[in-house]
Design a protein around this ligand. Structure first.
Ligand code: NI
Length: 167
């Protein structure tokens, strides 16, 4: 297991749609994704953020707080089956855009279907921070980052400010 480098926006791999996972062996990749996420103090990490253009992500929304207990989760080929109409705004950070919080409006709750690491298919409802985290990571699988939720001058300004910090 090892910590891998996290790609930083505007790396082109963060703007590309990822390929579905078929029958690849993912154990080493998943272990590395958790190592990388925890080492970076993150709550979610999508495969393209380490340059693997496949549709999976890891998350653990509660490990920093300690309560409830840490809850590592892997979602392979995730699909949002239903989303609540109510949108809620929240500031989102991203390990690929370090130091930047972007306000993003998203459905408050979602129903998600995914394949687990063991290969079985699950479906469950999520809300609150978990719903936001899942939608954020799923965006990565479709080549979207938080900046893509902004527009016009607000977006230009946020992108330009970030580019200044990574020069
Ligand atoms: Ni992110």
């Amino acid at each position: 297991m090892s910590v891998r480098p996290i790609l930083v926006w505007p790396d082109v791999r963060l703007t590309q749609r990822c390929e579905p996972v078929h029958s690849e062996l993912l154990d080493d990749l998943i272990a590395d994704m958790f190592d990388t996420m925890y080492a970076a103090q993150g709550r979610g990490l999508a495969a393209p953020q380490i340059g693997v253009m496949k549709r999976l992500f890891v998350m653990d929304c509660s490990w920093k707080e300690g309560t409830p207990a840490p809850a590592p989760m892997v979602m392979i080929n995730p699909t949002i089956m239903a989303a609540e109409r109510i949108l809620v705004a929240g500031d989102e950070g991203c390990l690929s855009i370090p130091g930047v919080l972007v306000p993003v409006e998203r459905p408050k709750a979602v129903t998600v279907q995914w394949t687990a690491a063991e290969g079985d298919i699950h479906m469950a409802d999520f809300d609150g921070f978990e719903a936001r985290c899942i939608q954020h990571e799923l965006d990565h699988l479709n080549g979207r980052v938080t900046f893509d939720h902004l527009s016009g001058e607000t977006r230009d300004k946020a992108e330009a400010e970030f580019l200044e910090t990574v020069k």
